[in-house]
Design a protein around this ligand. Structure first.
Ligand code: HEM
Length: 386
């Protein structure tokens, strides 16, 4: 049985999660992959845990001796604590400024147009996931990282295999090894001749502070963190908008697009499982004592619908003026790619709805295959017609 925080009832967290938030906001949890700890479901508790790096650590070695030998600076920023986190995040942040993102904008617009053209050319039906929601974020990451055009197909195939939960763990592990090897090669080439993209910039500006192992880890994290998340938001977000035609109409005309994206992020809260935090000392949260060394798992989906955070949060309403949802996390690990993800969605949703004003499901809603399990919630496929 899956733990309650990664079960899902189509768009919604399961009702049990709301019951826990009300009756036992810090509750014992154990996962099929052997992690036991405490599940935090209230907005205030989640925010407190994510804000407080003095009392909660992200380092995997603290919660599992299996990871104790992992080099601390492996590039996986999410598992860093300060001061290493501060150092690496400072190097990466300039790559995600609005100015840098604006440089990517024309490329993203062109990618979106190209994929819509291809869908129009092939005619209905289409699979919105494989024809639109998956390839766009994947190609955007290629732009960002500087993956040469000639390699993109191979690179996308490897990424697809890594993320495909219907394949065996061995197949996925093999694709991960190959993708890491590819990335290590890319880093080595950039070291010899740094390009204008992100890895090239990091080498030019911080080449003596960051080694190739760490750089390969950074590239790998960006690929994984930026790919599946945005693509699942595009797929699920489109489906949710189609279920609310009057709200989709506003997005189509360009009204309330920014608000719609924040509400889609909050309502869907697709990241089921963020990095578990380990208490560095004894802590009390909502009256429950958590001993030093114990793990806290924060449910962003439960927190983002907590009545203490706002009114009627189980309904989807793009006119809601929300601020401070935690779909991108909170605190020092708040999503580095948030400006990029927001820009991709801001371009993609209105363009899709405008190109196909009559877009609709090609199968009954009940037959749309939602993913049964992954760390990030999404759709397997989404047959559409117009
Ligand atoms: C961190 C969500 C897109 C890169 C996070 C966290 C969340 C999140 C919840 C915090 C996890 C934690 O605290 O354990 C999302 C969602 C996205 C998205 C919902 C899409 C809608 C992206 C993109 C990129 C990216 C496009 C990069 C290309 C990262 C990185 C971190 C992160 C590097 C770690 C930051 C740190 O540890 O300081 N994201 N993300 N994400 N995300 Fe995203």
């Amino acid at each position: 049985m899956l733990p309650v925080h990664i079960q899902r009832n189509k768009f919604d967290p399961v009702p049990e999660l709301a019951r826990l938030r009300l009756e036992q906001p810090i509750s014992p949890v154990s996962t099929p992959w052997g992690l036991t700890g405490w599940l935090a479901t209230r907005y205030d508790d989640v925010r407190e845990v994510l804000s407080d790096t003095a009392r909660f650590s992200n380092a995997p070695g603290r919660r599992n001796p299996r990871f104790a030998d992992l080099p601390a600076r492996n590039g996986f920023l999410l598992t860093y604590d300060p001061p290493d986190h501060t150092t690496l995040r400072r190097m990466l942040t300039p790559e995600f400024t609005v100015r840098r993102m604006n440089r990517l904008r024309p490329r993203i617009e062109a990618l979106v147009t190209d994929h819509l053209d291809a869908m129009a050319r092939s005619g209905p039906p289409a699979d919105l996931v494989s024809d639109f929601a998956l390839p766009i974020p994947s190609l955007v990451i290629c732009e960002l990282l500087g993956v040469p055009y000639a390699d993109r197909e191979q690179f996308q195939r490897l990424t697809g295999t890594r993320l495909d939960m219907s394949l065996t763990p061995d197949d996925r592990a093999q694709a991960t090894i190959e993708a890491r090897e590819y990335m290590a090669g890319l880093v080595a080439r950039q070291r010899a001749d740094p390009g204008d993209d992100m890895i090239g910039m990091l080498i030019r500006e911080h080449g003596d502070e960051i080694d190739d192992f760490e750089l390969t880890g950074v590239a790998d994290l960006l690929l994984i963190a930026g790919h599946e998340t945005t693509s699942n938001m595009l797929g699920l977000g489109t489906l949710l908008l189609l279920r609310h035609p009057e709200q989709a109409a506003e997005v189509r005309t360009g009204e309330n697009v920014a608000e719609a994206i924040e509400e889609l992020l909050r309502y869907l809260s697709i990241v089921h499982m963020i990095v578990p935090r380990t208490a560095r000392e004894d802590v009390v949260l909502s009256g429950q004592r958590i001993a030093a060394g114990e793990v806290v798992i924060c449910s962003l989906a439960a927190a983002n619908r907590d009545p203490a955070f706002g009114e009627d949060l189980d309904s989807f309403d793009i006119r809601r003026k929300i601020s401070a949802h935690m779909a991108f996390g909170h605190g020092i690990h708040h999503c580095l790619g948030a400006p990029l993800a927001r820009m991709e969605m801001t371009i993609a949703f209105p363009a899709l709805l405008r190109r196909f004003p009559d877009l609709r499901l090609a199968v009954p809603f009940e037959d749309v295959p939602f993913r049964s399990y992954t760390f990030v919630f999404g759709l397997e496929s989404m047959p559409v017609t117009w």
